[in-house]
Design a binder for this molecule. Structure first.
Ligand SMILES: [Zn+2]
Ligand SMILES: [Zn+2]
Length: 59
């Protein structure tokens, strides 16, 4: 499984750490469909997230 063709930066939208190679959750913004990543820690704490594209805020 190679991810070398994906050059997009992967950072947690809640705390901003680099989550590449970690067990982070990936999902799409329900509003605009932008790809959003959240690290396992923030997922566990149910931190709010903000879509970097449209500003949607959600759990
Ligand atoms: Zn995080
Ligand atoms: Zn969005």
């Amino acid at each position: 499984m190679s991810e070398s063709n994906q050059r997009a930066r992967r950072t947690c939208v809640s705390c901003g750490i680099n989550i590449s190679g970690t067990n982070a959750a990936a999902f799409k913004c329900p509003d605009c469909g932008a790809q959003i990543y959240r690290c396992a820690k923030c997922r566990k704490q149910s931190n709010l997230y903000n879509c970097p594209d449209c500003g949607f805020e959600g759990p």
